[in-house]
Write a protein that binds this ligand. Structure first.
Ligand code: ATP
Length: 382
């Protein structure tokens, strides 16, 4: 996806959205804890995390459906909520798209889209409705009612309605989850293309890790009301900041390991060299993803395959090591080692494993100023 940064509709230079120390408490449970996030104009950010982590609360705080207990929300440079001010949702330049589309059943497609344009002169309003319906390729269905549309068409009407008033930010709350699998991919591609074509800034909540990684310029991973990491999809997957992010975004196994004079060693042997750690002797956990783990039959090995899962193009092999710890390994569909096969386990060449001390990723030996030890990636030794 192309990088954001194109000027938004107001052409200003302020970020489309800024959250500073935004907190919302519900009794003892915290919906959102001191969130800091800046979203550039034209940027598409995906928000992901387990159920109850605060995704909807965050969207509601941005939309003005909740008041923050602390912190500041800015939209297109304007403070819309802080300790003193609170702008009502209808006055914020925010568009909303919900999972169930939330269309008015008694209004036609055109009137659904016109709904948020009541302050626009009539002729201008009609032109804008036509324009946004054209954007989502629904001009020919303007006179239909929602029940006369497919799920995908309803979703496009909801998007057109959100875009019509030219909002500074569009918030999408699991917009594709009510669509069946066969439709979802196409509707998702169409929606993202429309957001991109119009240079729209968007925050999209999803439960789907592949969706979060594939559609956004940045992924924001939340856990227990906190932002654990806000980063490019590549960095979130390849360089997770915490143990939680490593295990939530994709499959990950963890093995206790040691870095001694720049050699990373664990139960399966030497994993890699770690430049910049020449003088250290540090215990870490190494994060290994199934596509990074290589296996080959070896009668002399004390590790063995204990389960095999066929996934079509790939076959997931579950391996138990001598210690009883387990690793997973993706193999192409032509490779299937039966349960019980003793296997030698290594790390695929080119792997740059993430190292954890406690629950945080480290790129330099703990206690050392990262300035002194540049965070060069580790390299597999083979
Ligand atoms: N109105 C409310 N009153 C009390 N607690 C609430 C309220 N809304 C949310 N919470 C709590 O705040 C936390 C975050 O909820 P939120 O709905 O934001 O999570 P979520 O990440 O969107 O979850 P899901 O993926 O299940 O939709 C949860 O512990 C939830 O129980």
């Amino acid at each position: 996806m192309s990088a954001p940064g194109a000027a938004g509709h107001d052409g200003g230079t302020a970020p489309a959205l800024v959250l500073e120390g935004v907190t919302k408490r519900y009794g003892d449970s915290s919906g959102a804890r001191s969130l800091d996030l800046t979203v550039a104009q034209g940027e598409l950010v995906t928000l992901i995390g387990p159920s109850g982590c605060g995704k909807s609360t965050t969207l509601r705080l941005i939309a003005g459906l909740e008041r923050p207990d602390e912190g500041t929300v800015r939209i297109a440079g304007e403070v819309v909520a802080d300790g003193r001010r609170f702008q009502e949702p209808e006055h914020r330049r925010v568009g909303l798209v919900f999972q169930d589309h939330a269309l008015f059943p008694h209004l036609t497609v055109a009137r659904n889209v016109a709904f948020g344009l009541d302050r626009m002169p009539r002729a201008e309003r009609a032109a804008r409705v036509e324009e946004v319906l054209g954007l989502v390729r629904l001009g020919h269905l303007a006179g239909r009612y929602p029940h006369e549309l497919s799920g995908g068409e309803q979703q496009r009407v909801a998007l057109a309605r959100a875009l019509a008033p030219r909002p500074a930010v569009v918030l999408l709350d699991e917009p594709f989850s009510s669509l069946d699998e066969s439709l979802r991919g196409q509707v998702r591609r169409d929606t993202i293309a429309t957001l991109q074509e119009t240079g729209t800034t968007a925050v999209l909540v999803t439960h789907d890790q592949t969706e979060a990684l594939s559609v956004g310029h940045r992924v924001v991973v939340m856990h227990d009301g906190l932002i654990e990491q806000a980063d490019t999809p590549e960095r979130v997957f390849e360089h997770p900041a915490t143990r939680f992010v490593a295990s939530f975004m994709g499959d990950a196994d963890f093995l206790p390991a040691n870095v001694d004079r720049a050699l990373l060693t664990c139960e399966i042997g030497i994993v890699s060299t770690v430049p910049g750690w020449a003088d250290s002797d540090v215990d870490v956990d190494v994060v290994l993803r199934p596509h990074e783990v290589a296996i080959r039959p070896d009668p002399a090995s004390s590790a063995h395959v204990y389960a095999v899962e066929y996934h079509g193009a790939f076959v997931l092999h579950h391996v138990r090591l001598a210690s009883g710890r387990t690793l997973r390994s993706w193999q192409p569909h032509t490779v299937r080692h039966p349960v019980g096969t003793p296997v030698a386990v290594t790390v695929a060449a080119g792997t740059v494993p993430t190292l954890l001390v406690d629950d945080r990723a480290v790129t330099s030996p703990p206690g050392r100023d990262p300035e002194d030890a540049p965070a060069e990636p580790a390299r597999t030794s083979r």
